[in-house]
Design a protein around this ligand. Sequence first.
Ligand code: PAF
Length: 306
Amino acid sequence: MTRKVRKRRQSLEQCIARFNMKIVNDANELHAMAKAWKAQGKTIGFTPTMGALHKGHISLVAPSLKENDISIVSIFVNPTQFNESSDLEKYPRTLDEDAALCEAAGVDIIFAPGVNDVYPEGADYSVDLPLGNMATVLEGEHRPGHFEGVIQVVKRLLEICIPDHLYMGQKDFQQFSIIQRMIDYFEMPVTLRVCPIKRAYNGLALSSRNQRLSKEGKLLGSIIYSTLCYVKENFEEKSIAEWREWAMLELTNDWSTPEYFEFSDGQTLETVHDTSKHDYIVASTAVWIDEVRLIDNMTIKQEFSN
Ligand code: PAF
């Protein structure tokens, strides 16, 4: 065991001792517990996270508590979904604060595994899922390999926790669309519940990354939401190409740089060119502010109930 792993293990043990809520790090132990609950006819709700929890995460936990007998939150910074090792190292690890938030919310179990618990040495957890271009557009275009890592970890976590319901946020629109595709493809016995985006008072979407924004950045970040709202309210007035250009300009300032602003089919993630051919259209964007990459999205058109 390396010094770093030993230190993490020690702080995890200290954290476990401080809380009444159960914190489990062993995948086999949690799987055995989940099987026992299932045998007793109990339902399980599962919210996967990478920690650094905020109100947005807790808004995913709330419906889980309502709809299930047992609610599990996982806290695992998944190395396979980071394309830059510096990003992985910089990712905030705040297990104590996270556990306090979960305990206050009423979570039953935190699953805080180490890398070896999720990916035991020698086992192959790669997932063969045909996604077409679902994983290469939008975020996938700018973060190659990211969604392969997300699919791998979410599939593994679902196999460990065997939940009835999985809770994910609308903020990660592409992520939940791909996870729904995975559930359908492998006919996994779990229902995905997508929860609305939680926003600050000025519309900035809550994200663990907001911690890295300056006070000004947090204020100015409201431009992402106001741009999305403006597009939605006035959608009929311009073509898709015109809106894309307008939004990219609107989001380009001394203090903000957009990476993309795109309109996609809400189900297939196909890029929209002709709005009349799609019943469900989502506008998504990634914008850099204070050297922090922020993503957001808004459903622009939805002519059926999902
Ligand atoms: O959205 C996230 O925080 C992560 O991508 C997830 C779903 C927990 C997988 O690591």
